[in-house]
Design a protein around this ligand. Structure first.
Ligand SMILES: NC(=O)c1ccc[n+]([C@@H]2O[C@H](COP(=O)([O-])OP(=O)(O)OC[C@H]3O[C@@H](n4cnc5c(N)ncnc54)[C@H](OP(=O)(O)O)[C@@H]3O)[C@@H](O)[C@H]2O)c1
Length: 317
């Protein structure tokens, strides 16, 4: 099967398109014909070979990609041949920049009928990070969240643009932090207020927040925690040792509630997101679609840190 893979650890200059043997689905695993995948920053961070939380360094060749949308070739669990499914596949070893991938069926959900493969590939890892960060780590209710004030830092990126929509859908008041060029997009996704981080430095002028979801993690949490309400949580998608230390202290009742989100595969979470999609409360903004042959360029674009929404990789039509 055709794949795009890293032949050596490092940057996208090490990507090549080649043939590798098809994976074999084990017990409880689906074999999926990959129609599309999407890029998450973790894909190219893992490729560097020194990603701090990469407990198992991937072997070479490394086929990146943790998001998949495609058709079931070999069923398992509730899924049958021909089902249109999508998933954030388990683990950190990747595998979705390839014509076939095998993974645990519990990570998958059927795609909504109206959802195309490109959009479906854009959703899983980023939207599940947003969902788990908001609802599990920050305890945002999944219904009737009126009265909750949510700040999303990095509201125009992959995780942030889903977070804005999820928080809005459950009823919260949403403030998105993005640059001026993305303000219209973030407002269009449902944010009640938008703050241009290139111009404004104090973001709580309209009131403190019950949830701060930091998808940029460029600064110490201590800049933001004074803006939390008493029930508030600050959640970071790119935690370092300082965040974990604060998380521990917060759990012991010392200082503000600081949490890290580490996304896990979650078929049930995707089915919950399907409900929002069907109510037109969730959509993926796609910045650009790259053919599999251009995976290196897709990674280069993600590495700029300027993507609007998601970068998709079209694997097979
Ligand atoms: N822990 C986990 O499980 C997990 C899961 C997913 C992602 N992550 C991590 O979370 C981070 C975000 O992921 P992502 O997929 O959302 O990334 P992304 O799509 O590459 O984010 C790009 C966006 O960030 C915005 N941005 C950059 N600097 C900003 C700033 N200072 N303030 C506000 N917005 C800013 C950019 O907007 P402008 O161009 O307007 O600046 C752009 O729209 C990455 O570091 C990723 O590795 C972690």
């Amino acid at each position: 099967m055709k794949v795009a893979c890293y032949r050596a650890y490092g940057g996208p200059e090490n990507v090549e398109v080649t043939d590798l043997p098809e994976p074999v689905a084990g017990a409880g695993q689906l074999l999926v014909r990959v129609r599309a995948s999407s890029v998450n920053p973790v894909d190219w961070k893992i490729a560097r070979g020194d990603f701090p939380f990469n407990l198992v360094k991937p072997g070479l060749p490394y086929v990146p990609g943790l998001d998949v949308a495609g058709e079931v070739v070999r069923g398992a669990g509730d899924f049958r041949e021909g089902d249109r499914v999508y998933a954030r596949i388990p683990g950190t070893k990747g595998g979705t920049s390839a014509e076939r991938v095998a993974f645990d069926a519990r990570a998958a959900a059927k795609m909504p009928d109206a959802m195309g493969y490109h959009e479906a590939a854009a959703v899983p890892l980023a939207a599940l990070t947003a969902l788990q960060g908001l609802t599990e780590q920050a305890r945002l209710p999944t219904v009737n969240a009126e009265g909750w004030r949510v700040l999303v830092i990095g509201a125009s990126g992959g995780v942030g643009h889903f977070a804005v929509q999820i928080a809005r859908a459950v009823g919260a008041h949403v403030t998105g932090v993005c640059s001026g060029r993305n303000a219209e997009m973030v407002t269009g996704l449902g944010a009640h207020a938008v703050i241009d981080y290139t111009k404004v430095t104090t973001w709580n002028a309209g009131g403190n927040f019950d949830v701060i979801l930091d998808c940029v993690a460029g600064e110490s949490p201590s800049r933001f925690t004074p803006w939390l309400t008493r029930r508030g949580s600050y959640v970071n998608t790119l935690p370092d040792g300082g965040v974990f230390a604060r998380q521990l202290l917060g759990a012991l009742g010392v200082g503000p509630r600081v949490r890290a989100v580490m996304v896990r595969p979650d078929g049930d979470g995707l089915r919950w997101l399907n409900g929002l999609y069907e109510k037109k409360q969730l959509r993926a903004v796609i910045d650009e679609v790259f053919a599999l042959d251009r995976l290196a360029d897709a990674h280069r674009k993600s590495m700029t840190g300027r993507a609007r929404g998601k970068i998709v990789v079209a694997v097979s039509e």
